[in-house]
Design a protein. Sequence first.
Length: 225
Amino acid sequence: MNSGEAPATYRFQAALLGSLLCVFAWSAIEPRDRFTWFLEVAPAVVGVGIVVALHRRFPFTPLAHACIWVHAVILLVGGHYTYAEVPLFDWIRDALGLARNHFDRVGHFAQGFCPAILARETLLRTSPLRPGKWLFTLVSAACLSISAIYEFIEWWVSLATGSKGDSFLGTQGDIWDTQWDMFLALCGAIVSQWLLARVHDRQVERLVAPRTPQSHGERNASTSS
């Protein structure tokens, strides 16, 4: 990243963080169920906290930051209303004659779509992997694994808390809800890589370029001058 890009990047990150704090404040005010709110919002708080803490040692690309913001907002909205009762999706359900509120489907698609970029970036920058089939497969598998772990957490919370965990579980009477959640997360990871891989590759290249050693020709040129 060159010096001209840095101020714009910092402003972009500050805008994302500032707006996210505003959404968090709104989400925390009289949520539909405080226990469910805590469970739904905790991953966003922990995830954003880790990204902020690692910002100087491992800064992410603008695309990755945007994905974090989108996913966090979805979690905050879902936490405020519960995933089964988001008003806009209640309206969509009634207008289209659907059987359920589909905000949770959007949330689980995002659970694959957004982390895919983070997983992809981490692998590109910390492993020998380069863009290609292996990277695509491993990122998709990582996102599916994250989704499966989340489903285990939902199950354990439901077992531990009984009816208090029903809103967190959010099956809305669908016996295949867990399978749908994992399938949509996998679809999200695949679509994210198809749509964003080229843009992401360019941003990663710009971000890590100053950290790469000078080539032999560049060293000779600087020495001769």
